[in-house]
Design a protein around this ligand. Sequence first.
Ligand code: ADP
Length: 477
Amino acid sequence: MAILFASSEIFPYAKSGGLADVAYALPQALREDTKVYTIMPLYNIIDREKYKIEYTGLTFEYWLCGVRHQFDVFARKESPDELFVFNPILCDRIGLYNDQYGDFGDNGLRFGLFSYGVLEVMIRMKLKVDAIHINDWQTSLVALLAKTRYNLNQKIVLTIHNLAYQGIFPKDVMYELEIDWEKCYKFNGLEYFDNVNFLKAGIYYSDSVTTVSKTYANEIQTPTFGNSLDETLRINSFKLQGIVNGISTEVFNPKTDEYIEKNFDINSYELKKENKKLLLEEIGLKDENRALFVFIGRFTSQKGIDLLLDAIQLFKTYDANFVFLGNGEDFYNNAFAELLNKYENIHISIGYSEAFSRKLYASADFLLMPSIFEPCGLNQMISMRYGTLPIVAKTGGLKDTVVDFTDYEPKKTNFGIGITFDEHNLFWFNHALTKAFSLYSNKPKFEQISKHNMEVDNSWKTSANEYKKLYKKDINE
Ligand code: ADP
């Protein structure tokens, strides 16, 4: 069996969030016994030299609406199944989707072109694939084009990593992309309140739709979490299923992680405390005996940033240390900027840093994840691998991957343990912190849970098998 896996971001080449991690780790896990081609845009920001990404010799042009679009195809020297397409409109930017002024105005055209690029590369390189796995709105038009323009018979599997991002654009983009109005501009297609919605089209034109946890698969069929596509998802529920994400146990491994000061595993657990000590020194926080709480993530309302900003007024009074790493919406960046160096126990770092994030995972006692909704969430699984206990809102994938330490049944050996809270408000979030303090004061119990989490299997093994079944099931239909 062979798969073409298309994504707008893949770690480590370009990453804005969890999609890149998944787009790296899932194909990697599938490759054990399946041929997988990956394809992504070769953005200007990608370091071609470092990753030995070379021109394959294939250049083609594609005319749309009287405009000539050129595509150059690249591949990694060391693993030629990793493909990249360069097209100037798509790739000649300083960011993936936006810059400091907001989203690029031509994202519809850009990722429409990428979708053409994916199919043209597959056809021109004669890749024999049984299924095409597309991800989020950025590659959703692959499904539409495959069904309405190319009439392909490969099965199309769409994974929704976050329903909040749908790729909604003025319908004029249909001209630029030569999309058939009669076939596609309808409720069971691209049409969306006088605009077009790429993800909606992806849902209709794909053969199977997955999302990244079982709970989120149910939640998105309700008006509360459905982001106005709940009806579309209910209509298509016959082909929708939740498959929980895993993490790469090779990238996220405290034993080998090159970003952290002291590598450790369960047998050298004491070194985790060394990391904490060194981190506190580096950022100027005091007292390694205090519990260390960290937050790592995008500053956007989804991640519960409003709750965190309110909670800081309590945190500043606590005998504990807090570190926030993230960036995102201007409003939140500014709110955090105002708190820089204001409290002796709170460190704030506004930006994106893979290295600093790993140091935080390795050093912290608790990870804060008060998301309002969370399709799957990777941070909680990464933190567990580094012995850091997640404190999570009970929603989406967080509910499926973390059990509260007071509810834990010893029989369930392969289950992450942390602290969960139900109601998204300051009272219950603070209550969760109170539980954390009480657990932290019982060191043997805290360490037992921390070590238990390090051994929980959140790898891709089980979920990759579910995807394989899905590709096969589709093929035999
Ligand atoms: P999402 O995709 O919604 O942003 P996930 O939990 O699925 O959230 O994945 C987040 C990934 O991005 C994790 O690997 C996390 O460590 C990383 N990450 C998020 N923000 C930052 C940041 N500011 N610096 C470094 N890594 C970050």
